[in-house]
Design a protein. Sequence first.
Length: 465
Amino acid sequence: MASLTVDMTESERIEANGRPEFAKYASAGGDFVQREQATLLQMYSDYGEQEFAETAKDTSHTNGLIQYMDALMSIVSEITDQNVVRYLLLLLDRVTKSVQYTSAFRKPNPTVTKKLKRHLDSGDTFCIGKASMILARFTTLDIPASQVQAHLGWICDNLNGASTDFALSSLMICLSNVRNRDIYLNMNGLQLLVNVCKTCPVAQTQRVYEACFCLWVLSFGDAAQILEFGRSGAIDILCGYAGSSKMASDAQKVTRVCIEALQNLVLKNDGDYIQMMLEQPNDMLMVTTGLMERHWADYEISESIKNLRETLQKNFKVTTSFEKYEKELNRGELMFGPIHTEKFWRENSERFKMKDFLWIRTLVAVLRQAVLSVQPMENDSKKKEVPDDSHLAKHFATPISEETTAVACYDLGEFVRFFPAGKQISKTLGIKYLVMALLQHPSSLVQEKALESCTKMLLRNHHIN
């Protein structure tokens, strides 16, 4: 990756220019560095990553390393000389990377950490890169959630911009802490990663790898955490990169993390993700068959591909669009897609009369809940005649989401349009009244779909070609 090459050259240049006289910061007065700390700075600043890693194993050096990092943090938070700042960030990056998983790595002073964050907005590419990695390592410690949110917020703001590579590398470190994953997902982080993948040229193998690595880490989440993998497009991204013939010849690591992420997801979400992997354009059964015929330098990649293929074969099932619709309703969340289209309702409207129009009554119950969440229901004699099926929507999260409400509006309009006795069912269940009430919904999407649905119900001779 180009930015890493530049970073290496810059690091060598900064070191070649020599280090500042640390003792002068102690003798100049002030309390941001003590004489003892200046001595430690002189002693440890010649260490490389390997030397730090070996030293950290010796507990007799623990206190010294802690004081060394404290000294670096103190100076870098106060000093304004940019050349010195660059050198100090280089040292701090090196030591935190080397001792991150040892007893020498401790929670930093929050005041000093806050000052360190200013380097993320300095405009200096070198400083941005180093500060983003240092702060990411601190998020893996037991620091306040607000500090974690602040750094993840910076990452989210920079995932699609000039600092994308730094943000991705920083995110890889942050997500090594399980707590941080929840915070990141709550910031719409999964969709941001998908957007990075969609806009990233396949030639940028390292960027693709780091984005897919983050998706792989997030794929270890529980049912609630991985729910967005389907609707965000993350599964399609993973399938696409796993089977891509456009990736560089050295991109085996991309294939590996994608296959392993898919293996984590394949049996989750009540089988929905299996279907997404099997259906076009993903067709992972065919893709994994092709991948198994290739030679892989890493034996574990072959095993992962084999395991995923076997899982897909065992669970292969031709699922009808109507079965998918039933499954979505049972899950308690509706999302626009192939089963919420004119084609679907033209072909399946008459199947909805089964079980005394159970699925239609469920959609009506969903709309009733949506209406109740934004305005009180009027109580007149006509509405008393409408059956109360509110229990059918109990498994839907409340308040009913904007998209679920919009989809229910659309689907009921299509049902009335295509079912032979649709207008009569609409009158019996009070569908038109509910849809019209949603014309006042605060969401423009719901208003749009409610208006479309009303039009289909009110026009006596709506075209059905």
